[in-house]
Design a protein around this ligand. Structure first.
Ligand code: AMP
Ligand code: ZN
Ligand code: FE
Ligand code: FE
Length: 280
């Protein structure tokens, strides 16, 4: 209810600015949130600035990185990352630049299919954000090529679709190592649909994984119970959040999940330990 550790802003594909998200969370009486934009920490400074107005609200600087597990993608969250880290920014910039060239390649593929959307239009939709398929989908809708975002994905840009292009990604282990090296606590995002968690998790743990999402958006109580047990088995902190993007009709709201206060206590304790240089 009062804790939400997975929220997007205009720094990636969310609708509201970091300032708006923090103010809204405070208004809702939230006690802890994490700003977790896709491959970006550009919204963190703004969020932390706004957070100074609300001493009762802990704002955790975070990131959500898409790691490569071809043909799929695994999402890793980084809590308490150092958003001033040059190493992190350089890497994120590289990943984001690759999104630009990949977006252009997707438009060429669409063009070859007779579907024309100007690059400038997609870039305008994305604004400050790094270009993602949702932006291209929106442009396709607004140009009347399809009638919904969903149709844009289904017909053209879904994984393996006729206009789909892969983007540059780090491996899950590289991603976790980068997050950990730059002061972050690495957490596996929305793992409910992942196969073979018992084979994957030990390797991720070795790389530095400290938690996994258990309480997520609309997970059922059965799913939550199953994931809580997995987290317990591997000594991972059970985290979670709404994955709020702010778009009407996507069915999410801030604080949608019941993340327990204990999760925050554990994350903060681990963070303090790390700062004190005592890696457990
Ligand atoms: P990208 O990171 O550019 O590859 O885009 C991936 C994003 O597209 C995901 O994070 C989702 O938000 C969105 N997405 C993926 N598949 C669909 C779909 N079928 N319908 C709507 N949005 C989707
Ligand atoms: Zn997103
Ligand atoms: Fe995700
Ligand atoms: Fe997300």
């Amino acid at each position: 209810m009062n804790i939400d550790l997975h929220i997007h802003t205009t720094a990636s594909d969310g609708r509201f600015s970091p300032t708006e998200i923090v103010a809204r969370a405070a208004e809702l009486g939230m006690t802890a949130i994490a700003i977790t934009d896709h491959d970006s920490v550009e919204g963190i400074a703004m969020a932390l600035e706004e957070a100074r107005k609300f001493p009762g609200l802990l704002v955790i600087p975070g990131v959500e990185m898409g790691a490569d597990v071809s043909p799929d993608e695994m999402h890793i969250l980084g809590y308490f990352i150092d958003h001033h880290s040059a190493e992190l920014s350089t890497k994120l910039n590289l990943l984001r630049d690759s999104r630009t060239s990949r977006g252009k390649q997707m438009l060429s593929k669409l063009d070859a299919l007779g579907i024309r959307v100007p690059w400038e239009y997609v870039a305008k939709i994305a604004g400050e954000a790094s270009i993602g398929r949702p932006h291209i989908a929106q442009a396709l809708v607004e140009y009347g090529h399809v009638s919904s975002i969903n149709e844009a994905f289904e017909r053209y840009i879904d994984d393996g679709g006729p206009a789909f292009v892969e983007r540059e990604k780090l491996s899950p282990v590289e991603t976790i190592e980068l997050i950990t090296k730059t002061g972050g606590l690495a957490v596996l995002a929305h793992p409910a649909k992942m196969m073979g968690l018992d084979t994957i998790i030990p390797n991720l743990k070795k790389a530095g994984l400290i938690g996994m999402e258990v309480y997520y958006k609309d997970y059922t109580s059965e799913t939550i119970a199953r994931l809580r047990e997995v987290a317990r088995r591997y000594g991972l902190i059970p985290c979670g959040g709404s994955d709020y993007h702010g778009f009407e009709g996507d069915g999410t709201r801030i604080g949608q999940t019941d993340v327990p206060q204990k999760t925050i206590d554990q994350l903060v304790a681990l963070r303090k330990q790390r700062l004190a240089g005592k890696t457990p």
